[in-house]
Design a protein around this ligand. Structure first.
Ligand code: FES
Ligand SMILES: [Fe+2]
Length: 452
């Protein structure tokens, strides 16, 4: 029997329930927040050192002794696979006289040997060799000193760390994200695009941009072919934990096209219909029914074609863009089969710069051979993707992100102006206001909610 799409007894036919909507205070967001060194220091001491940060990928360090090194602001962390298959994370600093131990992004070691005086730190952080151990007035450092450990957990295939020893669990921190993400099975998804750009913008400029869709008609005019971009039909969610969600209906032309003299069915929607066995010609005169038809086709055909995770997704998740901003620095657009990974990492000292990661992960349906459609175009399913690091302007980040970067680099310049009087936000941009209020709550010592 054919699957009924809107079986009211099936939770999957229900739209995602709204999250709690905390009350907003509505204070100004002045330009200095994006370039002041003083404000940068307040953020670092009170916020960055107290939050869970998504730093690594568990599948990148599968064997005992494999490590991944990631930098955040002035800090550097080592995430290391242990004998018992767990992952532990340490500050990347020798406890003898402060040398950084590792400079590679990825590698494998028996132990970390400090390049300065050769102290040997085991992968569990213990010290097992120091030259001339009898010569230390405070006693032999072996058996006494360890690498400084940070909290470390795995979720969605990623490695998360927290510098706050009293931090709440990652599950508590993520709140409603936890269940939402588990349904996709992100831990099995593979990376198909990995661009890291040194960008001339404050890290919050990246997150502000992904915290609103108000810029779509001006910056991404082509998105109206397959996304309902109008805020009136978009669901915005704010969580108590400080994270945001936006659900945009997709797989359908925007209603903003009605009455304009343009064809409603265009790419990439035409290709999506064909991929799921639907004839675009059948939708002439009923172009706004494509979304539901794609959902139905995916529900009926998906599992047979290896897309087994569809069983765990709502009908809406089969077509729509579930966009998350996870406090503080991680934005994700989750589609049924693609995961746009957008992360901003603060510069060690300069508040007007950040590192911006523009990556793409995709599901791995068994037997699927078609290319993966990333935001930067199709990529062969067997492709191995290495991290590509470059300066802003050197090369393209893909069409849509180039569009975003072009305007936000100019915005960063505007924040310096004496003539800028602070933001003037629309209701649909309230996720930006919320984000800044959560930053301020950290600075004021009101967060983290637990483990403060
Ligand atoms: S600083 Fe590491 S062994 Fe001296
Ligand atoms: Fe954008």
């Amino acid at each position: 029997m054919a699957t009924k799409l809107r079986d009211v007894n099936d939770w999957r036919s229900q739209p995602s329930p709204k999250w709690a909507e905390p009350e907003l205070k509505g204070h100004k967001i002045p330009g200095y927040r994006y370039h002041s060194e003083e404000f940068w220091k307040q953020e670092w001491e009170n916020m960055w050192t107290k939050v869970w940060l998504l730093l690594g990928r568990a599948s990148d360090i599968p064997e005992v002794g494999d490590y991944q090194m990631e930098e955040v602001g002035p800090e550097s962390f080592l995430m290391v696979r242990q004998e018992d298959n767990s992952i532990r994370a340490f500050y990347n600093v020798c406890q003898h006289r402060g040398a950084r131990l590792i400079f590679n992004d990825l590698g494998t070691v028996d132990a970390f040997t400090c390049p300065y005086h050769g102290w040997r730190w085991e992968i569990d952080g213990t010290l097992t060799f120091a030259l001339d151990p009898e010569d230390f007035p405070e006693g032999d450092p072996c058996g006494k000193l360890t690498l400084e450990e940070v909290k470390c957990e795995e979720f969605a295939g990623f490695i998360w760390i927290n510098m706050n020893p009293e931090a709440e669990t990652l599950k508590e921190y993520l709140g409603p994200i936890w269940d939402d993400w588990n349904s996709y099975g992100f831990d099995t998804w593979k990376r198909y695009q990995a661009m890291r750009v040194r960008a001339p913008i404050n890290w919050k400029v990246v997150l502000d941009n992904f915290n609103e869709s108000y810029h779509l008609p001006a910056v991404h005019p082509e998105s109206d072919t397959t996304i309902e971009e109008n805020y009136k039909w978009t669901q915005f969610d704010l969580s108590d934990e400080g994270h945001n969600r936006m659900i945009m209906k997709a797989g359908v032309p925007s209603r903003s096209l009605q009455g304009k003299n343009v064809p409603l069915l265009r790419e990439p929607l035409i290709s999506t219909l064909k991929m799921w066995g639907l004839d675009p010609a059948d939708f002439e005169g009923r172009e706004y029914e494509t979304r539901e038809a794609i959902q139905k086709a995916k529900r009926e055909e998906g599992k047979k074609r290896g897309y087994t995770h569809y069983d765990n997704l709502r009908d809406d998740q089969l077509t729509d863009a579930y966009h998350y901003t996870i406090f503080p620095n991680f934005a994700v657009t989750a589609w049924a089969d693609g995961f746009h990974f957008l992360r901003a990492i603060p510069h060690p000292t300069d508040p007007t710069k950040c590192v911006f990661d523009n990556w793409w992960y995709a599901s791995q349906p068994e037997g699927e051979t078609a290319p993966v459609f990333t935001a930067a175009g199709p990529i062969d399913r067997d492709a191995e993707v290495d991290l590509d690091v470059f300066d802003y302007g050197e090369k393209s980040l893909g069409f849509a992100i180039d569009q975003d970067m072009g305007v936000t680099a100019g915005q960063q310049l505007g924040f310096r102006s004496r003539g800028f009087n602070g933001v003037y936000l629309s209701g649909q941009e309230r996720r930006i206001r919320r984000y800044h209020e959560v930053i301020d709550e950290y600075i004021e010592g009101k967060r983290p909610l637990k483990g403060n």
